[in-house]
Design a protein around this ligand. Structure first.
Ligand code: SF4
Ligand code: SF4
Length: 124
């Protein structure tokens, strides 16, 4: 007859397992519950066209070519729009720091996933 090995469970592990069973889980039921976003978190960019002078410095300094600023109006009557390829943006903050008119900032929006690659470019 085979000798059955005794399994020793150290008391520490048992105590931890019992404590964890009654603890609040560290994870959340996303997307039902919303995560707490830390202040200053770099989510989706926000663009405010009001003060934009169409200088293109944000586009020039973006290391990944993720941001595009377009004037869809005329030289005299500007109609500024900003587009971001969220598949390229690395949230480095360079465009925000570069903009002389403070037109760009970060939101706390983290819902950036897309099902289709073609939908990665969004208007800000
Ligand atoms: S945060 Fe960085 S990568 Fe994203 S658009 Fe601005 S400069 Fe480009
Ligand atoms: S750097 Fe600022 S002002 Fe210049 S084009 Fe970009 S958003 Fe507009």
């Amino acid at each position: 007859m085979k000798k059955i090995k005794k399994i020793f469970i150290p008391g520490k592990i048992v105590a931890r397992a019992i404590t964890s069973a009654f603890k609040k889980p560290a994870t959340i039921k996303y997307p039902k519950s919303k995560p707490d976003i830390a202040p200053g978190y770099r989510g989706r960019l926000i663009y405010s066209p009001t003060n934009c002078i169409d200088c293109m410095m944000c586009m020039r300094d973006c290391p990944t070519g993720a941001i595009t600023i377009k004037n869809l109006g005329t030289k005299e009557n500007k109609e500024m729009h900003a587009y971001l390829n969220i598949g390229r943006c690395i949230f480095c903050c360079q465009c925000v720091d570069t903009c002389p008119k403070k037109c760009l900032s970060f939101s706390q929006d983290i819902m950036l996933s897309k099902l289709n690659r073609d939908n990665l470019t969004i208007e800000l």
